[in-house]
Ligand binder design. Sequence first.
Ligand code: SF4
Length: 256
Amino acid sequence: MTTKPSVLPLLLAVTAAQRPEIFHSLQGEGPHLGRPSVFVRFSECNLTCHWCDTPYTWNWQERGHEHENHKRYDKALEQVTLDVAQLAAEIRSFPCQNLVLTGGEPMLQQKRIVPVLEQLRGETDAPWYVDLETNGTVLPAASFDRYVSCYVVSPKLSNAKVDERQRIKAEAMTWFANSPKAFFKFVVGDESDLVEIKALVERFNIQQDKVFLLPKASTLEELEANQAVVANMSLQAGYRFSDRLHLRLYGRKRGF
Ligand code: SF4
């Protein structure tokens, strides 16, 4: 199959170097916690979670959404476009073949990501391991799915303050629940979150062993305050517990 160059909106990190947010780090959460990986943070999202920890991927000044941090972002500063060849070159500049596609919501750009993955796969005999982090609202196309090794699905609960009809899409959730490649990751603040999680697990018949609970935290202090309670919830409910390693290692720094 031939590939044509296309344009990918990617996130531009506000660092001194003003570079796209493509970086080499350790996976901080979920089934591959601790795995060295190349991360690509895609811009734009189809949800507006009140507590979103990456609002600089979508909460533009002109959008007028009231996030809990009361900030809005300049799209011209926070977003950059790269074509297929540029993005593939950025990814392979790191000595690592584990790739994490994150956001924002990367599934919004799945058609444009396919030729990038095609190009990477065509360049080397060594296999790429591709993790896709998603909010679980968009159905993967077969042409995209063939390149994904693992989906890490993070459905949003009512604490996101987004209408349930937007944040829970039954067709997509059913697809992910039936995919042998999918894991589910939920951020837990309190007992009422756990009640919602159990209802979703039951409704979509998700295997218990594929469910991870993460303490809600945006600082190390919050993580340390909440981790024991959420670890106990995991134990009682039969779900897995995930740490948030990047908070321990890097705090809230972007691009790590
Ligand atoms: S789905 Fe994720 S990236 Fe999008 S608004 Fe919610 S937390 Fe933020």
